[in-house]
Write a protein that binds this ligand. Structure first.
Ligand SMILES: [Zn+2]
Ligand SMILES: [Zn+2]
Length: 222
């Protein structure tokens, strides 16, 4: 309600250039995706498939729009802290630009958001992005993962994050012979994706790939 009312009185301004038309104009979208992050989403080292052999575990390929900085950071902060629900559409646009053509039988699964964050924001942003992407590409969307713990990762050490992620999810459905594209918003160590992917594989998934909005290296956490 409040969000809708605010959108009427205050039209969106582009996070990049300030032009009065959208949360992110087409030029600024292009600027972001032309600086796409091509390294390993776990450690940042060069990796053609988005994940290096050292970090590789539950998922075998990954795509990431960019590092969490500049306009991409503003976009993320917008939906995390300012209830800018419309940013999910922009995230879908950006993922559209960085993802290759996907197999017709792939299924798109969001990494579940911590319940408290959904309550605070009034929506599950990652689910909206995953659903939007599935719709745009005419692919199957499934909310196959459920969160069973709700530890907040902010500020935790790498070792703590890996421990927390180990028991964070369960898969609620069979995924026999399916290739799954896991969608997450921000990744730091890749631990959440890794354990989410492990659960999907236990449920029968034959391969798991990951699409992430932004990467935020652990050393950049404050
Ligand atoms: Zn712009
Ligand atoms: Zn790596």
């Amino acid at each position: 309600m409040i969000d809708k009312a605010l959108q009427i009185v205050a039209p969106h301004h582009c996070y990049g250039c300030g032009s009065k038309q959208a949360l992110l104009c087409d030029n600024c979208k292009y600027d972001i995706t032309s600086n796409q992050f091509y390294g390993c989403i776990g450690c940042g080292r060069p990796a053609p498939d988005g994940i290096c052999t050292r970090c590789q575990s539950g998922f075998s390929r990954a795509w990431c729009i960019g590092e969490r900085s500049g306009e991409l950071e503003a976009l993320i902060n917008g939906y995390k802290f300012e209830r800018k629900k419309a940013s999910s559409v922009v995230c879908v646009d950006l993922l559209q630009l960085v993802l290759p053509e996907l197999p017709r039988d792939i299924c798109i699964v969001p990494v579940p958001t911590i319940r408290r964050h959904i309550r605070q924001r009034g929506y599950d942003h990652t689910a909206l992005v995953a659903k939007g992407l599935a719709k745009r590409r005419s692919l199957t969307y499934r909310q196959a993962l459920r969160r069973i713990t709700s530890s907040v990762q902010l500020g935790a050490t790498r070792a703590q994050r890996i421990e927390q992620a180990k028991q964070a999810f369960e898969c609620t459905t069979s995924l026999a012979e399916q290739t799954v594209l896991l969608v997450d918003d921000v990744t730091t160590t890749g631990a959440t994706l890794e354990y989410a992917a492990t659960e999907l594989r236990k449920a029968g998934a034959k391969d798991v790939w990951a699409a992430v909005i932004a990467r935020q290296p652990l050393e950049k956490h404050v």
